[in-house]
Write a new protein. Sequence first.
Length: 87
Amino acid sequence: MTTLEQFRNMIKELDPNDLANLCEQFVYDHEGAINATIRFASDFGITIDTEGVKDFVTEMHKIGDFDHVECWGLNLGSNDLYKKFHP
């Protein structure tokens, strides 16, 4: 079973451009972004399902792990709309 720490390490290893693209995809194609995340995880050597991605991404939002991620040219931590939904 994949742990949050393994998932977090996988996210940290993503190329910043891939992470930015994934962030943007979560906005307009949530299911596609989840599937892409599952593929990234598989390439990293971990196995995760849809619910696992949702749970880990939610937890990472809560603790601010994505605040530094650039999405449409802005760090998420400085985006007021993002902060509204991920305080």
